[in-house]
Design a protein around this ligand. Sequence first.
Ligand SMILES: *Cc1c(COP(=O)(O)O)cnc(C)c1O
Length: 396
Amino acid sequence: MYKDFQEHLKAELQSIRDAGLYKEERVITSAQQAAIKVKPGKDVLNFCANNYLGLANNPQLIEAAKKALDTHGYGMASVRFICGTGDLQKQLEEKISEFFGTEDTILYTSCFDANGGVFEPLLDENDAIISDALNHASIIDGVRLCKAQRYRYANANMEELENCLKTAQAQRHRLIVTDGVFSMDGNVAPVDKIYALAEKYNAMVMVDESHSAGVVGHTGRGTTEFFNLRGKVEIITGTLGKSFGGAVGGFTTGKKEIIAMLRQRSRPYLFSNSIPPMVAAAGVKMFEIMGETNDLQDKLHSNTEYFIGRMKAAGFDIKPTQSAICAVMLYDAKLSQDMAARLQEEGIYVTGFYYPVVPKGQARIRVQVSAGHEKEHLDRCIAAFTKVGKELGVLK
Ligand SMILES: *Cc1c(COP(=O)(O)O)cnc(C)c1O
């Protein structure tokens, strides 16, 4: 029965390989941190994790998770509204609202689920969703699940957004949705301008802070801190899988009626398990730490500034960025792969991206700076880039 389909898949897989687009997984055998071990036993410095605050292997979070295993057990074995809501999950929701200055929060098992479950319960065919062309795949999928009229504007293009808003006056409600930081370039969405247009054209705003929470803004509260819009935008989504410890979990936070409706109708919340108590407990601890000190954000910001300054001084072409994402532009696809491979030999773990992940002719290596990096790690990375860059003719 399987034979025809098997042949079909084999041919498809081969064509992916032939196009040079086959994704291999590289196996890490240590904890996720600045210095890691990858198979078959090589020590490398990690510059391609979303571990922006270096919390993925933080002893205080591990301690909190272990304690919760003893007090609250391993799993919830239920969706939230039947019997999967624990005190730790409720506490975590409160901490998230406090952190972002929002009214209420609902947890999901991922931000992919948060985005998948946010549009359909709130909007229908009478409404409009206006979306940045570079928004994350989970936003695109979430929008597909919703019957609202769809509009799309080129990345951060406010003229196009304004045109969409004019046309969308024909609909009942309008929601503009954007990533806070775009993951391939590191640019911050112009949420100030988006918010001003939303006011002018009677629209709501949703920001996905997955790459910006913990990173952007003096205290890492994300784009609403960066643009002085704390508590203003209607909907924020985000992940616990990047800056915030890197384990698993997502959330939607914002206006209380919106969150209340999601608790009634959001399908990934109603029909999927709750995050485990140990993850909730570590999350609570994490937000407590952030409430007490800004040390990690300060270190991330100074690390990023140092790294980008030195890379530019070395002669690299760096995309303008306001986050911890540093796109080293190489333009040529093969060069991006060769350079990433050579860097790994030099003990620097990075990833090269090329079409279709980024536009044609825009290949690059994306470096992600972390508060978990020490100055010595950054210097080794810059030295390796410089050495390999000269070798491959990227630097003169
Ligand atoms: C990583 C990411 C997600 C997905 O987060 P998960 O919690 O890993 O599912 C969603 N949106 C954006 C913008 C992201 O960068």
